[in-house]
Design a protein around this ligand. Structure first.
Ligand code: ZN
Length: 284
């Protein structure tokens, strides 16, 4: 049996200390994700109970303090993440209530309302040390954008639905960047391989998260510094880890600084296109 437990031990009160800077916030998130990802161990003994404990501060869930008094909002990170039901942000980072300010929208696209919500967090919640964009593999919104890119006739169905069109159109820049990166690394002939569509989807997922994070840096330029930084990463639905393809082509766990210029985006696109993940998809 697997158990995920929110635990409050009255005999050993837990003090929910907030990270002092962005690096500490990133560490806490990645440690939490490491525990969550490794919790489901396929090699465990059958019948054994494995427990993942998330310690809870009673203040943060409003069960202490004066009766009728709400806890102050004190997240240490603000996320832009996809609405996908398989990406429960607090759970995959092992965090509890009042730790994360999470804005979720299909494709983690950065529209006005999402930007406004993050702007609130930056301006009003002084405990926020990290702004992070979280994409995920197999994203449905990215898939819709890739399909509209590959078969323009299919875009007619999207164009008739204005809200959906707004999301798909926001994703076209990373789709084009991903197509360019795949052509640069694997040649134009890669387009005819059976796995090309899936490779384009996953490459777009990485570039889309990076692009949204770069836009956050641009928008919150004045607030970014020692107190606040911007990171991005991709949640791999298969292995439950957050990361990106590293320079060696293997999955590298972590939350990373986004590129901020064309050279940086080209380098990221090439790195993703050269990764084992994308090579395996193209080889199908
Ligand atoms: Zn998604």
């Amino acid at each position: 049996m697997y158990e995920i437990v929110w635990q409050y031990d009255e005999t050993a009160p837990y003090e929910d200390l907030k990270p002092v800077d962005a690096a500490a916030a990133r560490r806490l998130l990645i440690e939490g994700n490491h525990e969550f990802a490794n919790f489901f161990n396929p090699h465990r003994t059958a019948g054994e109970t494995t427990r993942h404990v998330v310690r809870v501060s009673p203040q943060d869930v409003g069960v202490s303090g004066k009766p009728g008094e709400a806890p102050p909002q004190e997240p240490f990170a603000a996320f832009l993440s996809c609405a996908d039901a398989r990406v429960p942000v607090e759970l995959i980072f092992g965090q509890q209530a009042n730790d994360l300010f999470v804005v979720r929208v299909a494709g983690n696209v950065l529209g006005d309302e999402c930007l406004g919500s993050l702007d609130y967090a930056v301006d009003h919640l002084g405990t926020v040390r990290l702004l992070a964009v979280l994409g995920h593999t197999g994203c449905g919104a990215v898939t819709a954008a890739v399909d509209a890119y590959l078969t323009p006739a299919g875009y007619l169905g999207v164009a008739a639905n204005f809200p959906l069109q707004a999301i798909v159109s926001s994703l076209m820049a990373p789709v084009r960047g991903a197509a360019f990166a795949l052509a640069a690394v694997h040649g134009n002939a890669a387009e005819s391989r059976p796995g090309y569509r899936q490779a384009l989807i996953e490459t777009t997922v990485m570039l889309n998260a990076a692009l949204s994070a770069a836009v956050l840096i641009h928008n919150f330029h004045d607030a970014i510094g020692d107190r606040l930084q911007v990171s991005f990463g991709v949640y791999d639905l298969r292995y439950r880890t957050v990361g990106l393809p590293g320079p060696d082509g293997e999955w590298q766990v972590g939350l990373f600084e986004p590129p901020t210029d064309q050279h940086g985006f080209d380098a990221l696109g090439r790195r993703v296109a050269e990764s084992r993940l994308v090579r395996e998809l193209l080889a199908r």
